[in-house]
Design a protein around this ligand. Structure first.
Ligand SMILES: Nc1nc2c(ncn2[C@@H]2O[C@H](COP(=O)(O)OP(=O)(O)OP(=O)(O)O)[C@@H](O)[C@H]2O)c(=O)[nH]1
Ligand SMILES: [Mg+2]
Length: 306
């Protein structure tokens, strides 16, 4: 029943976020109720109705379970393992990486007034190495933002940090660390670029993540199998890490619905963990409320420490 309460809170959060159609998948089974795990989305009859009721086409699915496995996350990445990066096909040590990128590292700190609050942003742009503590500290403090290249990870982070998206978003050829401070709240995000060369490093940052945000370009179904493979590979390293899948680019006419994306990514097979699937888009000037709902959920998870 604990999990049902939790789901209720999540629902309330979404409702407050402003008219986002959402559905709570009642996967909130007890330890004995293992049959719910294999429940197919098609069996949930209310989905199509909710789809129609969505005020802005954004959907939110929230899955929560009461079953908490005691399985531990993989051991922390050790320094030597974490400090090897590939850039333009050559292998660099963390030292080389930092030296080579010292001159191009662009740090910026700015204060941006959004509708509700002042968000101060300290962003370390592409080509900066992740903070050393990211690989050495075992404490889970980061929201890890992954997904194939072009999915929209940087755009999403910009939306959360500044409430807007720059005209041109550069591909992330390394890491993009964003720290968002809002009143008492401090959330660190780490995006790792999605190009093929960088994907091999994704799993190294799982041990420090308190949440995995996986961004998918919903308008490119050809890439769903690749995204699915990477996602499941990542999840296999941590059986309890909460997952938030952002079905991005819902503004595009051919974008896939989150129902179909749920199936394409085989999200019913992700095990007993909290899972959110949210339809969003980050197109300049037309931000939907899905992106705000996703933020609210992250805020709540960080506040609750769960
Ligand atoms: N139409 C549309 N375009 C989007 C949306 N979100 C991002 N884009 C565009 O998609 C492209 C890729 O976005 P990024 O945010 O750079 O994607 P990324 O996942 O960070 O990519 P990498 O850093 O290369 O891994 C950019 O041209 C964005 O403007 C969206 O919701 N709708
Ligand atoms: Mg990026």
């Amino acid at each position: 029943m604990g999990s049902l309460k939790e789901v209720g809170i999540i629902g309330a959060t979404v409702a407050l976020a402003g008219g986002v159609a959402y559905l709570i998948w009642n996967y909130a089974f007890t330890d004995e109720d293992t049959t719910s795990k294999s429940r197919e989305p098609e069996e949930i009859g209310t989905r199509p109705r909710l789809r129609e009721e969505g005020k802005d086409g954004n959907w939110t699915y929230a899955k929560s379970t009461s079953k908490q496995s005691s399985a531990k996350a993989p051991p922390p990445v050790n320094a030597s393992e974490a400090s090897t990066f590939t850039k333009y096909g050559s292998s660099l040590t963390q030292e080389d990486w930092e030296r080579e990128t010292e001159n191009v590292e662009r740090r910026r700190t700015k204060e941006v007034t959004t509708r509700e609050t002042v968000v101060s942003v300290a962003a370390v742009q592409s080509f900066s190495a992740p903070r050393a503590s990211a690989s050495l500290d075992t404490k889970k403090t980061q929201v890890l933002v992954l997904g194939l290249d072009g999915a929209g990870k940087t755009s999403v982070l910009q939306c959360w940090a500044t409430g807007n998206v720059e005209e041109e978003v550069e591909p992330t050829n390394g890491f993009n660390a964003v720290s968002i401070n809002k009143e008492e709240l401090h959330i660190e995000f780490l995006e790792i670029g999605g190009n093929e060369k960088l994907r091999q490093y994704w799993h190294k940052y799982m041990s420090k993540a308190l949440l995995l945000v996986f961004v998918v370009d919903s308008s490119d179904p050809d890439l769903f199998p690749v995204a699915k493979e990477h996602l499941h590979e990542l999840l296999s390293t941590d059986s309890t890490l909460p997952l938030m899948v952002l079905a991005n680019k819902q503004d595009l006419p051919d974008s896939c619905s989150i129902t179909d994306l749920h199936d394409a990514l085989a999200l019913s097979e992700i095990g007993d963990r909290k899972m959110f699937l949210i339809g969003i888009h980050t197109r300049k000037g037309e931000l939907g409320s899905g992106i705000r709902s996703a933020w609210n959920m992250i805020e709540k998870m960080v506040c609750d420490g769960s």
